[in-house]
Ligand binder design. Structure first.
Ligand code: TXA
Ligand code: MG
Length: 312
């Protein structure tokens, strides 16, 4: 059900949950101080309880309600990238709900740049907002995706297509060096330029199963459609009728009816990736084959990460 910002404000103040657009993907919002509202987020998404949520803020006092300590480095990053698609992990203040942080002693904060997100946060309170998809499905980048996952009656503010299309970069400021748990539009190089020091990228493949995950969400299989996602073999001709081909560099003559060319525009591919995954399912296709992406500049690292996760 498409609703306006006034109705969304009312619902959130009553402890209900609503979906709203951010610049990355659609979020599933709840008042970050209302435990029963947050409980609904976990239930509706079927999200494992050990996966913490990002608190979305829109002012300095809101940041201070959650972060116990804001280091000079954190300030530099906030000045450079907020509002925007960067989530920062801080030591949490006592009193922050355990439901939000899944019992961790850290809290994830993000100040989104989307005007609708900001307006809702001003009007209601800081909002927890995971991506508004069923756990395991691709994140929603248009309002219709939210309806697909949660049904016609679920309240969504329709803000059109999201600008970035992949979830925010998650940077942990409580580790030494700082760690990128989830790559995104704000890449490692941009972060290092601001900090004038190196940060690391967590590589889940090397962490032993028994060790508790540093960023629990990253251990779940994510972003995957029902169709099998795979990298296109360089020798392979993209001509199967049951496959959606996502190409960005190869110029090919014999093609199937389901081929999309991005001509090196990786930001466009990022914006559309999850919609293409869902489209493959609507068309009943067996697989999505993506031309391998070289390099890691800009959004490429995040794209490779999401495609790799969908491959499983
Ligand atoms: O772009 C985004 O970040 C979107 C929009 C709606 O803002 N939200 C989003 O939330 O992607 P979600 O819940 O789908 O992903 C949050 C990620 C998860 O991987 C979670 O494990 C991690 O952030 N996270 C949250 N709190 C954390 C914490 N205290 N320590 C480490 N990782 C944390
Ligand atoms: Mg998510």
């Amino acid at each position: 059900m498409y609703i306006g910002i006034d109705r969304a404000t009312e619902l959130l103040k009553q402890g209900e949950i609503v979906s709203f657009p951010t610049e990355t993907v659609y979020g599933l919002g709840a008042d970050a101080w209302n435990p029963s509202a947050i409980q609904k987020v976990f239930e509706v998404k079927r999200r494992p309880a050990d996966n913490p949520l990002i608190v979305h803020v829109a002012s300095k006092p809101m940041i201070e309600q959650f972060a116990r300590e804001i280091s000079p480095d954190a300030r530099e990053l906030m000045n450079a990238f907020w509002p925007g698609p960067l989530t920062l992990i801080f030591p949490k203040k006592p009193g922050v709900l355990d439901l939000v942080t899944a019992g961790l002693d850290t809290v994830a904060l993000r100040w989104p740049s989307h005007p609708v997100s900001q307006e809702l946060i001003y009007r209601v309170a800081p909002l927890v907002a995971p991506s508004a998809n069923l756990s395991g499905h691709p994140s929603p980048t248009i309002a219709q995706h939210v309806i697909e996952d949660f049904g016609e009656d679920f309240p969504v503010i329709d803000g059109g297509s999201t600008q970035i299309g992949l979830e925010s970069t998650v940077l942990d400021l409580t580790t030494e060096p700082f760690t990128i748990h989830r790559p995104g539009f704000i890449d490692k190089e941009k972060i290092e330029q601001v900090l004038k020091k190196k940060v690391s990228i967590s590589d889940e493949r090397h962490s032993p199963e028994s060790e508790p995950a540093k960023s629990p969400g990253t251990k779940y299989s994510h972003y995957a459609p029902s169709a099998e996602v795979r990298w296109l073999d360089p020798e392979e001709k993209p001509d199967r009728e049951d496959t959606l081909y996502l190409l960005h560099g190869r110029e090919l003559s014999a093609e199937s009816g389901h081929t999309l060319h991005y001509h090196g525009d990786f930001e466009q591919l990022a914006r559309e990736l999850y919609d293409r995954f869902r489209e493959a399912d609507h068309l009943g296709l067996a697989s999505v084959a993506v031309e391998p992406i070289q390099g890691h500049e800009g959004i490429r690292k995040a794209l490779i990460n999401r495609i790799q996760k969908a491959i499983g």
